[in-house]
Design a binder for this molecule. Structure first.
Ligand SMILES: [Zn+2]
Length: 139
């Protein structure tokens, strides 16, 4: 009997393809597309300079393919309209998650900076209070 697996993208149970077996993570073509997007994002994150310095090549290609970008955007808009709401939500959630991951380190730095300022302020106040205590020692 085939062992069911839980899809990492929609959470539904599915029977993996025999040829892929335990390596299959997504249940359907839609979920596989989300997985592919995830992998592309991870690749860009892990190889930050990979796409730099390629604009001249891209610019040349775009000049030989006028209108491609406009057609691509229209096709994307049509695909999104055809998408079912949970898929759109999943995509938006993944985008939000990606943004949060990118900003977490920055936010931690800011938080640490704020904590340092608070500690410094407390230290300064404590020092001035202790000087007062020394100056105005009750007799
Ligand atoms: Zn799925």
């Amino acid at each position: 009997m085939a062992v069911k697996k839980r899809c990492q993208y929609c959470g539904k149970l599915f029977i993996p393809d025999k040829r892929i077996g335990t390596r299959q993570k997504a249940c359907s073509a839609e979920c596989q597309k989300l997985r592919k997007k995830d992998n592309n994002r991870a690749f860009s994150r892990n190889n930050p300079g990979y796409w730099r310095g390629r604009y001249s090549v891209l610019k040349e290609w775009r000049q030989t393919h006028p209108g491609y970008q406009r057609q691509w955007r229209q096709a994307r808009a049509q695909r999104r309209e055809a998408m079912k709401p949970p898929e759109i939500q999943a995509e938006l959630f993944l985008k939000a998650l990606d943004t949060v991951e990118k900003n977490v380190s920055l936010l931690r730095e800011i938080q640490a900076e704020i904590l340092l300022q608070v500690v410094e302020t407390i230290a300064v106040k404590t020092c001035s209070l202790s000087r007062h205590a020394v100056r105005y020692k009750p007799r």
